[in-house]
Design a protein around this ligand. Structure first.
Ligand code: 15L
Length: 275
C-alpha cells in the first residue's frame, strides 16, 4: 500500500470528498492547499501544508518522502486566461517537475471531460484516448496537464495517470450529470487503482461511475483494476423531477460531452475583450 500520498488541492471539492475516503491503516495523507485546511481530527493520519502549486520551493519540500502524488490543485472552473496559465498549466508543470526532482515515481493527475468537451455525443460513447477537443481555457489547461504528464512519463520514466473526470459530487446535480457522474466512493476506488496498479506508464482514463445513462468507455479504467460500484440511476427520478425531465436534444448538454461549457456562457475570450 502507498504509505505517504501528497494530495494537492486537498481543500477543493474532490479533495474534501477524498480526505476520509483515502485514509487507510499505515498511510499518511499529506494534504496541500493554498487555503487553510481543516485541522486533523482525532486519530487522523494527515500532514497539512499550506502552499501554492505554483511555488517550486514549496512543492519540492512537500514532495519529500512521498510515494505518490494526487494532483487536484488548480482552478476547477473556467477562468481568465492569465489565471488558467499560471495556476493550472504552470502549476501542473511545477508539481511534475518537483516530483521528478524529489524522486517521486507516481503521479495521478485530475484531468476533465472538458479536455474533450467539443466531442459530439452523436458519435456514440466517448472512447478512451480521444483526441483533445477542449471547450474552454480550463479545458485547454487539462489538455496541457495530459501533455505534461505524457512528457514526464516518457522522458523521465514516471508513472502518470490522467483521469478525465466526469462530474464528481455527492449526487448528480443536473440531468447531464446522470451520464457524467462519478460518485465519491467510485472516485476513491479509481484513485486506489491508480496508486496500486503495477507500472502503468502513461495512461488517460475516464473517471465515471457505472451509470446506466453513461457516455464513456470504462475499458481503460478497468484495465487499471477499477471496478465502479455506483450508478447515477438511483438519483434519476429526483434529478429529472427537479430539472423538468430529459435533456432537450438541441441543448449543448445533449450535443456535446462538455455540455453548457461549449455554449456562449463559457466564452471567456469574448467576455474579456468585450467583442
Ligand atoms: C469539471 O471539470 C469541473 O471541475 C466540475 O466543477 C464540473 O463542472 C465538471 O467538470 C462537469 O463537467 O460536470
Amino acid at each position: 500500500m502507498t504509505a505517504r500520498i501528497l494530495i494537492t488541492g486537498a481543500g477543493g471539492g474532490v479533495g474534501t470528498l477524498m480526505r476520509s475516503r483515502l485514509a487507510a491503516e499505515g498511510r499518511v495523507l499529506r494534504l496541500l492547499d493554498i487555503a487553510e485546511l481543516p485541522a486533523a481530527a482525532d486519530g487522523e493520519n494527515v500532514e497539512l501544508v499550506q502552499a501554492s502549486v505554483t511555488d517550486m520551493a514549496a512543492m519540492e519540500a512537500a514532495m519529500k518522502d512521498v510515494d505518490a502524488v494526487i494532483h487536484l490543485g488548480g482552478h476547477s472552473l473556467e477562468e481568465a486566461w492569465e489565471k488558467i496559465l499560471r495556476v493550472n498549466i504552470d502549476g501542473t508543470h511545477t508539481v511534475l517537475e518537483a516530483a521528478r526532482r524529489q524522486g517521486v515515481r507516481r503521479v495521478v493527475l485530475a484531468s476533465s471531460n472538458h479536455a474533450v468537451g467539443y466531442v459530439e455525443r452523436a458519435n456514440g460513447d466517448a472512447g478512451d484516448y480521444l483526441f483533445p477537443r477542449p471547450d474552454t481555457y480550463y479545458g485547454v489547461s487539462k489538455v496541457a496537464l495530459e501533455a505534461l504528464g505524457s512528457l514526464y512519463a516518457d522522458r523521465y520514466g514516471l508513472d502518470v495517470i490522467a483521469i478525465r473526470i466526469g462530474s464528481c459530487f455527492e449526487k448528480p446535480r443536473d440531468v447531464r450529470m446522470l451520464s457524467t457522474w462519478m460518485s465519491p466512493d467510485d472516485c476513491a476506488r479509481l484513485f486506489e487503482a491508480c496508486l496500486s496498479v503495477a507500472s502503468p506508464g502513461f495512461r488517460i482514463v475516464w473517471g465515471v461511475s457505472a451509470n446506466t445513462r453513461g457516455w464513456f468507455s470504462l475499458d481503460e479504467a478497468r484495465a487499471l483494476g477499477y471496478e465502479p460500484q455506483d450508478d447515477s440511476e438511483v438519483h434519476a427520478a429526483e434529478v429529472l423531477e427537479k430539472h423538468g425531465g430529459e435533456l432537450d436534444p438541441s441543448s449543448y448538454a445533449a450535443k456535446y460531452v462538455g455540455g453548457a461549457w461549449c455554449g456562449p456562457d463559457f466564452d471567456t475570450a469574448v467576455k474579456e475583450a468585450g467583442r
